[in-house]
Design a protein around this ligand. Structure first.
Ligand SMILES: [Zn+2]
Length: 96
């Protein structure tokens, strides 16, 4: 079954809106997988950030893509925030 056939089948069976939600969930999981691979290659051991970590972008939480687990390019720590963020909150606020 090709990807397109599968998509059409799922759209027919589950309705398009639900399907789009499912695709977004899958996209999130794929993103997380990719990040975890990156984490492993950087030998960072903490994959899941604390919910109340000061490195998290709490103001992103209500955004559509605001609850991703990212790895800070500076301190290499995991943090929660919008999927496009590359710096944790702490590092972003102490740039030289
Ligand atoms: Zn950082």
């Amino acid at each position: 079954m090709t990807y397109e056939n599968l998509f059409n089948y799922m759209a027919r069976e589950h309705g398009l809106n639900l399907l789009i939600e499912e695709m977004q969930e899958i996209e999130k999981m794929v993103d997380l997988d990719r990040q975890q691979e990156e984490i492993k290659s950087n030998e960072v051991t903490r994959i899941i950030p604390e919910f109340d970590s000061p490195k998290n972008w709490t103001q992103d939480r209500n955004l559509e893509n605001g609850n991703y687990t990212n790895v800070c390019i500076r301190c290499k720590s995991a943090f929660m925030g919008h999927k496009r963020r590359v710096l944790c909150f702490e590092c972003a606020n102490k740039l030289d």
